[in-house]
Write a protein that binds this ligand. Structure first.
Ligand code: GAL
Length: 651
């Protein structure tokens, strides 16, 4: 697969006599894919049944005339005003019971069956109208499911759907009472139609009630996507159906939604995401104009897994965005670096958002490749440089398989939000900490879903903070011949959100002879030093164990124990502790490391190692043992720079 550039374009925002010139300039930059259509419903169907599809076909013709390929977005994230008049109850209801209004976007409820029918109708009409257009290369379903907190709705439609879903799942009300532990606080039900949504209660709902509501809501997103996928695939079985997911967004199970996608994509806004993240002020300052160095890469690897190996960046930040509290200008070179990094992690396409900055509307302060006066913005030149460099290096193929894998699981994210026990404790934070520690040594990491049943080929697999064991994962753990790093909190619940009878981590003693007897959690500013370096913070477990103790804290609580090649981590730690644990495993497994200057990261694709410098200073690389020469850039890598080395053997 030869990587390519794309751009997001809104022909409906510009006079028709600009389209041909825009297309010519896109082609000049070296862009191959243009995404259109995803917010255009009011122009495609200004009133019910009044279809005006000819203009978008003319826009496709204009793009095709310059050899551009079209990604057609279904417009279902922006139902027009008349739709709300027709279905007033299609608007979602927030957790405080307030109906969310018309006047922005994503004003629909995933559970509303009437709106789903309207989506079926418009998607079918579009598939019929543009499905055979020669420029059409891919479909995008909707836009950013869940954006603006729209995965959960507490509406009558959601309540009706939830009750039905529960009845299908549990069959009898006794089974539900048992699973949810409803004898606690006399919460037992005698009929399914007595069950409410888990909002506006006096205090918290039963954890299993809340978790089932999240599972239900996630299933509605998957059903909504499946409906569109089926229509689009029937029209053009040969074209990929893609959805554009988001960064650090966990309210639905992306692996499940992607069961009806051919390619996953995500929208990468490194500076906006850093500004809105819970990173420390130091990190926010250090990487203000570059983005956090492991954040993009983590999502690239995650979405490669979500997309069954195939993924794109559908929207790439080109300059300042408009939606964080402050919106810094990226360092010169970052729009190039972010694209190169994505390609190194296997992206098929990196598509900049957007072609021309809009002078009107909510996003008028959001940069594009062109300024609002149509003159090139800095990213215009960086994009054309990337296009030229892709040709120069001849990069193709796929990203190399990692030697290390991490299991990432959306249910585990929900579970620890529902029952944190330590404010802020999250599955994702534990996973990302381990991920970053491996990447510091230039080690490529893959992300695996919880449905994985074999870890064959991986030297080290880490499973941090997993809510509950799936049968598949139990099997993979039992059969793995490499090293495993498990915990903290892994296997601490049953699927019904209770303690397992054997207690956490709920593995048979021949795999790991250890039980978590008690948990101690404190404010993350309080640290307990670990003998030999690093510190425990936030969460630690009191283990009863026959396994060998490798590290312990100053109170003599085991922090890392091992039984053969299985390591159990009984605490969360500061950066130094996680790095120390990961370094220990790398040494045990005998994995080669690359000496990377601070702020530099790398990834191998198609026999080439791509280095990116997230630091704000120029630095120098050393040619690694498996590298023969630099094919782009040199050992001197400037701030926001990219260097590509060729490997002796294709990787
Ligand atoms: C994304 C969205 C785009 C645009 C962009 C601005 O979340 O998909 O439509 O709003 O953000 O950064």
């Amino acid at each position: 697969m030869i990587p390519a550039l794309g751009v997001c374009y809104y022909p409906e925002h510009w006079p028709e006599d600009w389209w041909a010139h825009d297309a010519a300039r896109m082609a000049e930059v070296g862009i191959r894919y243009v995404r259109i259509g995803e917010f255009a419903w009011s122009r495609l169907e200004p009133s019910p049944g009044d279809l005006r599809l000819d203009w978008i076909i003319r826009a496709m013709d204009a793009l095709a005339a310059h050899g551009l390929k079209v990604v057609f977005g279904t417009p279902t994230a922006t139902p027009p005003r008349w739709m709300v008049d027709k279905h007033p109850d299609m608007l979602a209801v927030d957790a405080q019971g307030r109906r969310r209004g018309f006047g922005s976007r994503r004003h629909y409820d995933f559970s509303h069956l009437g709106y789903r029918e309207e989506c079926r109708r418009i998607v079918q009409l579009l598939a019929d109208a543009v499905g055979q257009h020669p420029a059409l290369a891919a479909w995008q379903t909707d836009n950013e499911y869940g954006c603006h907190d729209t995965s959960y709705s507490y509406s009558p439609a959601a309540l009706a759907g939830f009750r039905l879903w529960l009845e299908r799942k549990y069959n009898t009300i006794d089974a539900l009472n048992q699973a949810w532990g409803n004898v606690f606080w006399s919460m037992e039900y005698s009929r399914f139609d007595q069950i409410e949504l888990p909002n506006l209660l006096v205090c918290e709902a039963a954890p299993a009630h809340e978790l089932d509501f999240r599972r239900y809501s996630s299933d509605q997103v998957a059903a909504f996507n499946a409906l569109q996928f089926d229509i689009l695939k029937a029209a053009r079985p040969d074209l990929p159906v893609i959805h554009n997911f988001m960064g650090r967004y966990t309210d639905f199970d992306h692996f499940k939604v992607a069961e009806t996608l051919d390619v996953a994509s995500w929208d990468a806004y490194p500076l906006g995401h850093l500004a809105r993240s819970d990173e420390s002020d130091d990190i926010k300052l250090q990487y203000l104009r570059q983005g956090e160095p492991d954040y993009q890469a983590f999502h690239h690897d995650l979405y490669r897994s979500v997309g069954h190996g195939r993924w794109w960046v559908m929207e790439q930040q080109p300059g300042p965005v408009n939606w964080a509290d402050f919106n810094p200008d990226p360092l010169p070179g970052m729009a190039r670096l972010w694209a190169w990094e994505a390609f190194a992690h296997g992206a098929e396409v990196v598509s900049y958002f957007r072609w021309r900055q809009a002078p009107f509307g909510q996003e008028q302060m959001h940069a594009g490749l062109l300024r609002p006066d149509s003159e090139p913005a800095p990213a215009y030149h960086e994009a054309s440089q990337v296009a030229q460099e892709l040709r120069q290096t001849g990069m193709a193929g796929v990203t190399a398989r990692g030697k290390v894998a991490l299991v990432y699981d959306y249910e585990s994210e929900w579970a620890w939000q529902i029952l944190p026990q330590a404010k802020g404790f999250s599955h994702g934070a534990q996973v990302r900490a381990v991920y970053a520690a491996f990447r510091k040594h230039g080690i490529d990491v893959d992300i695996l879903p919880p449905s994985t049943s074999s870890f064959a080929g991986y030297s080290i697999v880490a499973i941090p903070a997993l809510f509950t064991w799936s049968d598949a994962l139990r099997q993979a753990v039992a059969e793995h011949e490499g090293h495993l790093l498990i915990g903290p909190r892994t296997g601490s619940k049953t699927p019904d959100f209770s303690f397992p009878a054997q207690l956490a981590p709920d593995l048979s003693p021949n795999i790991l002879n250890a039980k978590v007897m008690r948990v101690d959690t404190v404010d993350p500013s309080i640290e307990v030093p670990v003998k030999g370096g690093g510190a425990v913070r936030h969460w630690r477990e009191r283990l009863e164990t026959g396994a060998e103790v490798i590290m312990e804290d100053e109170d003599d609580w085991p922090v890392l124990v091992s039984q053969g090649k299985l390591f159990y981590q009984a605490a969360s730690g500061n950066r130094a502790l996680i790095q120390r644990i990961v370094d220990y495993l790398i040494m045990e497994a005998g994995l080669p490391r690359i000496a990377l200057p601070a702020g530099v990261r790398c990834r191998v694709r198609d026999g080439m190692r791509v280095y990116v410098n997230y630091g704000s200073k120029d630095t120098v690389l050393a040619l690694a043992d498996d590298e023969t020469a630099y094919v782009l850039g040199s050992a001197e890598i400037p701030a926001a720079g990219v260097t590509v080395a060729r490997l002796a053997t294709a990787g």
